[in-house]
Design a protein around this ligand. Structure first.
Ligand SMILES: Cc1ncc(C[n+]2csc(CCOP(=O)(O)OP(=O)(O)O)c2C)c(N)n1
Length: 339
């Protein structure tokens, strides 16, 4: 059984973020999990979702830990397992739920389910496809920051399978050649749909690929939010101060099917058991409890608050209108004027 356990499991980073950040991290991880649970296990099964559903159950620490300290003028190019990025950047629960339900009030105004959701006013860049073609886009965003002399950074997310595509390699190469301020973050959940890692790459780690492009590559335990925060903070700081891009490989596991219609029957049962023990939210709750920052009662109250927020948002989004037929021709091409 290949489990990719890291020495880092037992070696905590030296510094922790401030207490408020730690508590915010817990909120956003729990919010992500509950929201995706409702979408995947409730609304989808009730036939209320338009199209497929792809969630990041078990991977919540990656988007939350890396986005929590970003500045509002930084850019994020999330992929399909990075719900936490949307929440932290300020996309509302109602907008997200309306998006999944194909409503006019969703981020794409009812034109798509969850595959092309973004909001440029929040510097959240919608992905073209989830298979790595946001990598050249992120490289271009980073180049624009650099050419304008801005100290902004872009974060770009993708899965392990994406790193075997040509556009991933071209984008990474370009980013490194031009030393752009982009941090590339791989959610290595060890399967690309049903294809295990060893069937789609001949190197052991995604981070090994960084060296070929002259870029630092770091491997971390993606189920340890403090490790994610630590690695992302260092890479962001490095990129912001003009030293170029970095690749962070977060080892994790997808605790559900590739999508809501996939039972993951091809994944050995022991792997689920193994990673369940390393659940990022339970581990973090334990850490915060041990440090006296929360209690089992406070965790339960937080869960109740999250449930309430999501209940309210579902009720609102369900009442929202569906788009008019004529709306499908609006916002397809840029119609405004350049500032
Ligand atoms: C160009 C393209 N090829 C194939 C697919 C079908 N597809 C969607 S996700 C996926 C696997 C992605 O694997 P990975 O990058 O590891 O991300 P994960 O879904 O495992 O998080 C595939 C093959 C697609 N959407 N687009």
């Amino acid at each position: 059984m290949k489990t990719n356990i890291l020495a880092r499991d037992t070696v905590p980073p030296i510094t922790l973020p401030p207490d408020k950040t730690l508590l915010d991290m817990l909120y956003y991880m729990k919010l992500t999990r509950e929201l995706e649970f409702r979408i995947e296990r409730k609304l989808y099964r009730q036939g209320k979702i338009v199209g497929g559903v792809y969630v990041g159950r078990g991977q919540e620490a990656i988007a939350v830990g890396s986005c929590i300290d970003l500045r509002q003028d930084d850019a994020v190019c999330p992929s399909h397992r990075d719900m936490g990025a949307f929440l932290i950047r300020g996309m509302t629960l109602r907008t997200i739920l309306a998006q999944y339900m194909g409503r006019k009030t969703g981020a794409t105004k009812g034109k798509d389910s969850n595959m092309h959701m973004g909001d440029l006013s929040k510097n959240l860049v919608a992905f073209v496809s989830m298979l790595g073609d946001n990598v050249p886009v992120a490289a271009g965003i980073g180049l624009s920051f650099k050419m304008r002399g801005q100290d902004r950074v872009a974060l770009c997310f993708f899965g392990d399978g994406a790193t075997s595509r040509g556009d991933w390699h071209e984008g990474i190469n370009m980013a490194s050649v031009f030393k752009v301020p982009v941090v590339f973050i791989c959610n290595n959940n060890q399967y690309a749909y049903s294809t295990p890692l060893e069937r789609q790459m001949a190197v052991e780690n995604v981070a090994d690929r960084a060296e070929a492009y002259g870029m630092p590559g770091e491997i971390i335990d993606g189920n340890d939010i403090v490790a994610v925060w630590d690695a992302a903070s260092r890479a962001i700081e490095r990129a912001r101060s003009g030293h170029g891009p970095a690749l962070i490989e977060c080892k994790t596991f997808r605790m559900t099917g590739h999508s809501a219609h996939d039972d993951a029957g091809y994944v050995p049962h022991e792997l689920f058991e193994f990673w369940k023990e390393r659940d990022p939210i339970h581990r973090f709750e334990q850490l915060l409890t041990d440090r006296g920052l929360t209690t089992p009662t406070a965790i339960e109250e937080l869960q109740q608050r999250i449930n309430f927020e999501i209940d309210e948002a579902i009720q609102a989004a369900e009442k929202d209108p569906l788009p008019e037929p004529a709306d499908c021709l609006r916002d397809v091409y840029f119609e405004g004027t350049e500032e």
